[in-house]
Design a protein around this ligand. Structure first.
Ligand code: ATP
Ligand code: MG
Length: 565
């Protein structure tokens, strides 16, 4: 043990954290040739080429530490004490001026393209070219290797970049608390996701956002509310998005500049190294790697869809720029978790039904199609490979169905998927108005009559519905219990059906309380949501294992929101 580490062998000073940095993959990419070394690059402008723009974050004034993820710190070998040091708070509130060597003193933002449900858009770019769209307020600050794994760390709300489109580059406390808590909740649920490092707010900087009046049931916000700003730092193997590959492919397809094709190729090689190092060997012919990449991504994305449905997660705005090329969950802005079961659940009023809960696998297919379309220019001369890529694309719906069916079987403790049983269950769940999470958790105790699941019902059931449930339960039990003993079936079901889930109405008080620097509720939610399958205490059960109260059913900012930033 050296003097750089504390007794437990964990890193507790930023100067030692800095020694983990390893920019060897970032440095294989090319910066925007028009960028400045200082990274003072804050006005909207077109970025025509290069993979990233060096940009210095804009520090928060009077930063205040609110929270960090103990689980991620543990994985990275960081001591919890590090999160409370001035150096750590300074860096992760956006001040890179004093970072220790060999850390770079600027961060970087990337451009990306946007496709919505399989249609390419450039309208969201202020120049109407697509060259001004990308990380408008997200910027990465470090690439490092910890315990043998490579990670990138990215500030969200770190200030303006050339892609800010005239906006302020900030994220409000509300959305930062949500992203911070949700990422670690998803990880604990066993769903692939970007992770949370830290959450820091400004005690003085504020921005205005449209929001709802107290108690409002309006669809759209009625007032502008002044919010404290915050930065949550998220962590992932990379932040490469489908949209980013699309940007470079669009340029290559239309020969926008001489390096367009080679920049696309370098980016695809980069995706492989950052996200698929164990699946794809870079020594093979590149054409072959491309097919392996499509295949590996389709496996990850289809598995992700099954997991989103399993835990009741709805992304809300599953555009290609919110679809990570590593197949994990990204951008916790317009998201929500389904409470009262509704296959069309969509908390984000701007999102439309195509991004609703049960339609997400179709939206994923559209994103996968854009991904394949972005790879195609690199193998355009090889008809055989193009055909093979089409096959991978065409197989996606079958693959996603298989993953989802296997997921339902597990959720129900069955040896194999039974379409009739599941379809009749959805009908009953809809007729009854059940709480999605509580229903499956109650079912995991293998009830033989409706009284064993009625805790999850939002309204009383009449005799006829009650009989239908009893019949369904009898059929289901005979199937579930014919392949294993009850104890095993119940235990297996409890491993995939969480007890605790994200309930927005229980998160609202936490971000409201945090505005005055009080993190009691954030700490409590962190505890509850990072052990979602555990029984936890009676007091926690009473508070968090609950149906959504009627007063929040149509509440603006709780049951739905139009602004997520
Ligand atoms: N306040 C802001 N200032 C500058 N750019 C913004 C701001 N809010 C959103 N953007 C940009 O608008 C685009 C669409 O926003 P969206 O809500 O999908 O992303 P986001 O929540 O900022 O971030 P991410 O996808 O990185 O998690 C993104 O490119 C984002 O960077
Ligand atoms: Mg986004």
């Amino acid at each position: 043990m050296t003097d750089t580490l504390n007794k437990s062998g964990k890193i507790n000073r930023l100067v030692d954290f800095a020694k983990l940095t390893d920019y060897s993959l970032l440095d294989t990419l090319s910066p925007d040739p028009q960028s400045t070394e200082s990274g003072d690059d804050y006005d909207p402008r077109q970025v025509f080429s290069g993979h990233y723009v060096p940009v210095k974050p804009t520090p928060l004034n009077d930063p205040l530490y609110l929270a960090h993820s103990k689980a991620l710190f543990e994985e990275l070998g960081l001591d919890d004490a590090l999160a409370h040091t001035d150096e750590f708070v300074r860096l992760f509130s956006g001040d890179m001026t004093q970072v220790p060597e060999p850390m770079k003193k600027t961060g970087w933002a990337t451009g990306y393209a946007l496709s919505i449900y399989g249609t390419e858009y450039i309208q969201q770019c202020p120049f109407q070219t697509g060259n001004g769209y990308g990380d408008g307020r997200a910027m990465s600050v470090v690439e490092l290797v910890a315990n043998g794994k490579r990670w990138e760390m990215q500030l969200k709300g770190g200030g303006r970049t050339p892609y800010c489109r005239g906006a302020d580059g900030r994220a409000v406390l509300r959305s930062s608390v949500r992203e911070f808590l949700a990422q670690e909740h998803m990880h604990a649920l066993g769903v692939s996701t970007s992770r949370s490092l830290s959450l820091i707010m400004s005690q003085t900087d504020t921005v205005e956002r449209p929001w709802y009046l107290e108690g409002s049931t309006s669809e759209n916000p009625e007032i502008l509310v002044t919010n404290p700003v915050a930065i949550t730092t998220r962590v992932a193997p990379s932040f490469l998005r489908v949209g980013q590959l699309e940007l470079f492919a669009r340029r290559a397809r239309s020969h926008q500049h001489d390096n367009a094709m080679s920049e696309l190729k370098a980016l695809v090689q980069h995706v492989i190294k950052r996200e698929y190092p164990n699946e794809i060997a870079p020594s093979q012919p590149f054409d072959k790697q491309i097919l392996q990449l499509a295949d590996a991504f389709s496996r990850r994305l289809t598995s992700l869809m099954a997991n989103w449905l399993r835990v009741g997660y709805c992304q809300g705005n599953f555009n290609s720029d919110n679809c990570a090329a590593g197949g994990y969950t990204l951008d916790y802005g317009p998201f929500g978790f389904c409470e009262k079961f509704d296959p069309m659940f969509q908390p984000w009023t701007g999102g439309g039904q195509h991004f609703s809960f049960f339609n997400q696998p179709v939206a994923a297919f559209k994103n996968f199609e854009m991904f394949c379309r972005a790879l195609a220019p690199l193998i355009a001369d090889n008809t055989g490979q193009i055909k093979a890529l089409e096959t991978v694309l065409n197989d996606f719906p079958k693959l996603v169905d298989a993953q989802i069916n296997a997921m339902w079987a597990k959720k129900l403790g069955l040896a194999a998927f039974d379409s009739d049983l599941v379809t009749s269950l959805f009908k009953l769940m809809t007729r009854t108005e059940v709480d999605y999470t509580m229903f499956f958790r109650e079912l995991s105790s293998l009830p033989d009559s409706v009284s064993g699941i009625s805790k999850s019902f939002y309204k009383p059931v009449d005799d006829s519905l009650s009989n239908d449930w009893d019949k369904w339960l009898a059929t289901w039990r005979s199937q579930a219990l014919n392949h294993a003993n009850p104890g095993e079936v119940s235990a297996q079901m409890k491993r995939v059906n969480p007890k605790y889930t994200w309930r927005e109405w229980l998160v609202v008080p936490a971000y409201q309380q945090a505005a005055s620097g009080d993190t009691t509720l954030i700490d409590e939610l962190q505890q509850v949501l990072t052990r979602p399958y555990d029984e936890q205490s009676a007091a926690i059960e009473q508070k968090y294992y609950q149906l959504r109260p009627d007063e929040y059913m149509r509440a603006g900012g709780v049951s739905h929101y139009s602004c997520s930033s």
